[in-house]
Design a protein around this ligand. Structure first.
Ligand code: N01
Length: 522
């Protein structure tokens, strides 16, 4: 299920194993999140040379990225290129949503249904549905009454949206809002930004990628990929293991300024204790607030933009182009929803507890039902008709984020309980797909019909995921990592916070011990 980067690579590996496979994809093209997120300014914040597949030396040597961070159109072209180059399109059914998947114990097969009336059966069912694909518009009263145009960043139309001369409201200041706001501000007559929680954002300093720089990376790719795989977040930038608390004032300043000037995710590797020690974290957080005060002319606006309710890095960090400076424009206004919440959407705009705002266009940059949302939107039933929704009602339970007990032969690429969204997704996707391919080979060699986790191994892993998160500052933020953005969703930290290097070693050891913790049935 899914023809984003995980589904595409999985299909390629299944071809290599000599298995027959079919991919169902809701969109009418490949690319997953990059197919849907066509909003102006959409760009990946991992560097292009690292946000790419490593499985084919030929591919990584022949594909040329043009910018330091790849734009959405360029990433989509890359996905389309990969699909064509590796002969994947013939096995993908587009415009087709899987609605139901029921495990038939007697046949040891999954019976899969789609919204186009397909009824197919498969030995293995692999979900490649993405972690951030269930877009969410909050249930503001009156949402459906708005007479102007409205868009969610994650469901952006294929045609260009014309903002010229328009009064635009943007709700949400996560990664998507922070990327789209400066671009809309360039085009619209007026932009009003509705902010609930201010976010920390670091300059990306995007720029063209000179061919000689790309050449150096290509010459050194083996080493770069090796260090990415062994790292915490799946990126090659050096992580400084030193403590912020032990560094002198001058050393701190130098390191922070150096990383700010470099930009992008490397900033958060500034000191080794930022993610685990509140005092170290506050040093880095205050440095960013200082930058906000330096950049934003109006001190009250600067203060409203300054995060104070969560440690830096505990909500997904953002990386921007001119975000804070955009608030110096006379045609951009910031509304603090903590002080004056939205009460309703009206036919002509929005009304907060304080004022009415007349607008032509509303942009919802309001995020996703992350990680579990896309999978639980499907009616998945395992052994004895058990519902996945019921099993995960108090939070996802998995072994390695890869499988869940009671659902034989069902694999979840970058599922909850794996590093996934806390990493460069390409590193996590390739590792999971390779792990699944290895497991399928193991099942075949043993002559087994089914594989699923031992419930004890699953309990221990689920506990471990929670314990690792508790050692960090992550649980201190109301983030989508914890499901906090979706009313009623259980508050459980979903990704594995131990880092992609440690996670990979753990998986490799488990595989070397004959897929310890997995049960094979004849
Ligand atoms: O979504 P978000 P996103 N009333 O959930 C606000 C990836 N990504 O689409 O923080 C008012 O982060 C909400 O406020 P609060 C990346 O992993 C990557 O921006 O909940 N406001 C928040 O400000 C990212 O983390 C890239 O208080 C409401 C915003 O809407 C993930 O996708 C680019 C509200 C949602 O922010 C999701 O990012 C884009 C309400 N009822 C995305 N409900 C790159 O690679 C929500 N909000 C660059």
């Amino acid at each position: 299920m899914g023809a984003g980067f995980s589904g595409l690579y999985m299909l390629h590996r299944l071809h290599g194993l000599g298995l027959s496979a079919r991919v169902y994809e809701i969109g009418d093209g490949v690319g997953g999140t990059w197919y849907w997120n066509r909003y102006p300014g959409a760009r990946c914040d991992v560097e292009s040379v690292e946000y790419s597949y490593s499985f084919s030396a030929d591919l990584q040597q022949t594909w040329d990225w043009t910018e330091r961070y790849p734009s959405q159109p360029e990433i989509l072209r890359y996905a389309e290129h990969v699909a064509g180059r590796f002969g994947l399109l013939r096995d993908i059914r587009f415009r087709t949503r899987v609605t139901r998947a029921v495990y038939d114990e007697a046949a040891a097969r999954w019976q899969v249904e789609t919204d186009r009336g397909d009824r197919v059966s498969a030995r293995f069912l692999i979900t490649a549905v993405g972690c951030l694909s269930a877009a969410r518009v909050p249930g503001f009263p009156g949402v459906e009454t708005f007479a102007g145009e409205s868009y969610h960043t994650g469901r952006w139309p294929h045609e260009e949206v014309d903002f010229a001369g328009k009064r635009v409201a943007v709700i949400g200041t996560g990664s998507s809002g922070i990327q789209i706001i400066p671009v809309i501000a360039e085009r619209a007559a007026r932009v009003t930004v509705f902010q609930r929680t201010p976010n920390f954002t670091i300059p990306a300093w995007n720029r063209p990628l000179p061919p000689e720089e790309a050449r150096r990376v290509k010459d050194d790719y083996d080493e770069i990929r090796r260090s990415m795989r062994a790292s915490l977040f799946g990126i090659a930038a050096a992580f400084n293991p030193d403590s912020a608390l032990e560094a002198s004032e001058r050393e701190r300043r130098e390191e922070l300024e150096k990383r700010w000037a470099y930009g992008g995710p490397a900033f958060l590797g500034v000191f080794g204790d930022v993610a685990v020690d509140a005092r170290a974290n506050e040093i880095v957080a205050e440095f960013v607030r200082e930058k906000i005060r330096e950049t934003v002319d109006d001190p009250r606006v600067a203060e409203t933009l300054s995060p104070r309710d969560h440690p830096i890095g505990t909500k997904r960090p953002c990386f921007d182009t001119d975000y804070y400076a955009t608030f110096n424009r006379p045609d951009v206004h910031l509304v603090d929803l903590r002080r004056t919440p939205i009460e309703e959407i009206t036919p002509t705009g929005l009304r907060t507890s304080e004022s009415a705002y007349e607008v032509d266009t509303i942009v919802y940059a309001t995020g996703y039902d992350a990680m579990t949302g896309p999978l639980l939107a499907i009616d998945v039933r395992g052994t004895g008709g058990a519902e996945l929704r019921a099993k995960w009602a108090a939070g996802p339970r998995t072994y390695l984020g890869l499988m869940t007990a009671g659902f034989p032969n069902l694999f979840t690429i970058t599922g909850p309980g794996s590093p996934s969204v806390l990493s460069n997704m390409f590193v996590s996707i390739e590792q999971h797909v390779d792990l699944i391919a290895g497991c399928l080979r193991h099942v075949a060699e043993r002559g087994a019909r089914t594989v699923e986790p031992d419930p004890g191994a699953e309990d221990a892993w689920t506990r471990h995921v929670g314990e690792v998160a508790e050692q960090t500052l992550y649980p201190r933020a109301d983030s989508w990592y914890l499901g906090a953005n979706v009313p009623g969703k259980p508050r459980v930290f979903m990704p594995y916070a131990g880092g992609v290097g440690v996670y990979r070693e753990t998986c490799d050891e488990i595989a070397a011990r004959g897929y310890e913790g997995f049960v094979l049935s004849p």
